[in-house]
Design a protein around this ligand. Structure first.
Ligand code: SDX
Length: 431
């Protein structure tokens, strides 16, 4: 916590309360209200936490007005262009870019944890084949706490480190197995001679009946998608992981909670919802109809892939994702993909419309990711599992940061109660 330089004065009901303020290294100052209830017998009220800093962190910073995203100070567009996912994982976990030796050691440790306990395969077979892969991931990730007992004690830094590596290493294996299970194909085991992204593509698309060659351009695009989704401050799923972890629950259970939260269409489920929306629009001439629906207050329809709680400018990840979409579709010779054409025309139409400009609704990370993933051969049901495996390093990094904070306490928000006040039980004959 930075030193207290300023105070905020709050006056109400004849009381005046001085609240300390802290200045961050970037972003708005904060008012420390921890003593407000004790001193003023009032709560603050902020459903959705639009004006609330729930913690202090050194991992990721977003400037929503500028459309800036920094991981340990490095801008996302530089990391997407010059780095790769496992190096970004190292940066998020340990705070600095690794030396060549540190990176090699980290990549080796992750590679050697990619296999899943053989008995966990039984979990997959307990699901219906038509189960959504996110339902499988929530179940299997949570079940890791039933198999990896030697890395569940959060008071042991070494066990926290092992759990972190296991989660980052095994999520692609779990996601790929969830996919294989739904299409009735045999599981493909990870290989130690493959890089992280290539391994995932192999585990998803290889079959035992023939050799499988990973296309390096697709592997690069896959790795970039992982990097663009790695962490994003205190978003809903990260906040879920932090709140679950504050009770002392084991890391696997807490990450499973994050997977569950990410699934929602307002959050990580938006990439699937966005592609389904683009398909429903179908042709460029139907775009005005959907733009009108998105603006109609009486219509619950929203443009999936647009808008963001924090970004009131372009989501910098969407910019990089758009470049990747063009590269992948050019490579695959489907630059005339009708869905991509609708996406580009929809983006142009929305950005030219005063409604979206006034409400600062720009394409977010989910707007283009689905187009790339579909072009790579993934079904829409796999879009959010890919987001979940990418975000695991963010959840884990934020979890490690919180658990290591000696001032950590269990999260326990209060409420503005609007229910019945005290009343006596009424016997049924008198109701
Ligand atoms: C992710 O938090 C993160 O960091 C998340 C994420 C991450 O990396 O973890 O970035 C990933 O979740 C990206 C967002 C993916 N979701 C979608 O694309 C779903 C569509 N977007 C909307 O549901 C919405 O924009 C949210 C949920 C993303 C943001 O919601 P807010 O900030 O709470 O905005 P709001 O609901 O208060 O809307 C503000 C206004 C409203 O109009 P008014 O009531 O003021 O008249 O903008 C309108 C909304 O109706 N609006 C939209 C819109 N999003 C907001 N109108 C049409 N289409 C939209 N997409």
């Amino acid at each position: 916590m930075s030193d207290t330089q300023k105070t905020a004065t709050l006056s109400f009901d004849g009381k005046t309360i001085e609240l300390p303020m802290y200045s961050p290294t970037a972003g708005p100052d904060v008012i420390d209200i921890r003593k407000l209830y004790a001193q003023g017998n009032v709560f603050t009220y902020d459903p959705g936490f639009t004006s609330t800093a729930a913690c202090d962190s050194t991992i990721t910073y977003i400037d929503g007005g500028k459309g800036e995203l920094l991981h340990r100070g490095y801008p996302i567009d530089q990391l997407a262009e010059k780095s790769h996912y496992l190096e970004v994982c190292y940066l998020l976990l340990y705070g600095e870019l690794p030396s060549a030796e540190q990176l090699e050691d980290f990549e080796t440790r992750v590679t050697r944890h990619t296999m899943l306990h053989e008995q966990m395969m039984n979990f997959f077979r307990g699901f219906r084949r038509d189960a959504h892969p996110m339902a499988v991931m929530v179940g299997v990730v949570g079940a890791m706490s039933a198999f990896y007992h030697d890395s569940t004690d959060i008071s042991d830094p070494w066990q926290r480190e092992v759990a972190s590596i296991r989660l980052i290493a095994k999520m692609p294996t779990i996601a790929a197995m969830a996919y294989k299970y739904t299409i009735g194909q045999p599981f493909v085991y990870p290989r130690n001679d493959c890089d992280y992204a290539s391994n995932f593509l192999r585990m998803c698309f290889a079959v035992p009946a023939e050799e499988y060659e990973v296309n390096p351009i697709l592997a690069r695009a896959m790795d970039r998608i992982f990097t663009l989704h790695a962490d994003h401050e205190q978003n809903a799923s990260t906040s879920t992981v932090r709140l679950a972890s504050s009770s002392g629950a084991n890391p696997f259970a807490c990450i499973a909670a994050g997977v569950a939260c990410l699934w929602g269409p307002a959050h990580g489920g938006a990439n699937q919802a966005c592609l389904e929306m683009l398909r429903e629009i179908g042709t460029v001439d139907r775009i005005p109809e959907f733009i009108a629906r998105a603006k109609d207050k009486n219509d619950p329809f929203r443009l999936m892939g647009f808008g963001h709680r924090v970004y009131k400018n372009f989501d910098p990840r969407a910019k990089v994702m758009k470049q990747s979409a063009d590269e992948v579709l050019d490579l695959l010779g489907i630059e005339n993909n009708p869905v991509l054409q609708v996406a580009k025309e929809l983006e142009a139409a929305a950005l030219a419309d005063p409604y979206f400009a006034e409400k600062k609704l720009f394409p977010n990370v989910d707007f283009y990711s689905g187009i790339i993933l579909e072009a790579m051969g993934f079904p829409t049901s796999m879009f959010t599992p890919i987001f979940a495996l990418s975000r695991t390093v963010g959840w884990v990094s934020q979890w490690k940061e919180m658990i290591a904070d000696p001032s950590m306490k269990i999260g326990r928000p209060r409420q503005l109660y609007k229910g019945e006040t005290l009343r006596d039980y009424t016997d049924i004959e008198n109701r």
